[in-house]
Design a protein around this ligand. Sequence first.
Ligand SMILES: [Zn+2]
Length: 386
Amino acid sequence: MMKYLLLIPDGMADHEVKALGGKTPLEVADKPNMDYLTRYGMTGITKTIPEGFEPGSDIANLTILGVDVNKYYTGRGPIEALARNLRAELVFRCNLVYVRDGIMVDYSGRRVDDFEAKRIISHLNEAKKYDFIEFYSGRSYRNLLLINRVFEGINDVKTTPPHDIQGRRIEEHLPRGGEIANLLNDLMEWSKSVLQEVTQKPNMIWLWGGGKMPKFPKFKERTGRKGAIISEVDLLQGIGKGLGMRVVEVEGITGYIDTNYKGLCRAVLRELKQSDFVVLHTEGIDEVGHEGDAEKKVEAINIYDEKVVGYLLDRLDLEEIKIMLLPDHPTPVDLKTHTAEIVPFLIHGGKRDDVKRFDEKSCLKGGFGFVDGLRLLDLFMYYRGL
Ligand SMILES: [Zn+2]
């Protein structure tokens, strides 16, 4: 039976960059392996962020995996809770932030480290304001608030990601919408005095991205195939668990371009023996996009092509494995953040088109044309071609 490998280099698509002679990092990169798959495969363009959604990796990757976020997405907090095997009535993301004179100065709490964050979170739990809430420490400034009481009106709550309001007054961006928003505001205000007792770095919590635990449609039920996901970030691991896929842990990963690519690829090869559909999502290129360094992004793509795509092509039987490769969204170096723009994609293992290079412009002429992001999984799994 045919097996499927889905490769997602996070944030690889980009804009034309002056410093690169008006080309995109993908156009400039030396990527013989991705170009090989392109030459013997078929390409197109797609949009993975549906109208009205923020261009987050959670939204993009859910869409690529065929999950309609309009129906199933409940927030980032609940997906992170899935990743850690936590359950609650409601889950919110709880950032440790630094606010001065009413201005959001730092959404990351001035780089609070894991150790200090744990101390702060346990202090919040000891000081506990209500017995139906619990704080859960994650990594650094990224923590969770679990609410174990039934509240009505979660859909009316509006919260704002703190990284979107850096340098702005927090007053206009506090949670709004009913009883739950009141609770969130109450906790955020209360946290100021609690944090003061333990730390100088972050000085309040910021609650956002919350909702009920999502009920994603199970991958196996939808496709009849056993799926596995290998990723360096908990958002993708949470999505995998929510979809009922095997989530494979790999040692020595950094989420950056110095990560353990060999370990990740070996996990893919191992996993393909027991699963029908394997996702490899890697974070490094996106991180470099956020740094805004065009040359470094080109280098990151070169590394990805050699250490991931090349390594796997040397070891896979392409007669038996279909491959789809695409970035989940662009992370353009000129903006240093995600956008909701179109991205190129390729499928190897079916029909071919005339496109020879995998980049934003070449794939505009691809044989698939424009494909809605939500249709990609079907196209990949059921479109036979030839
Ligand atoms: Zn992403």
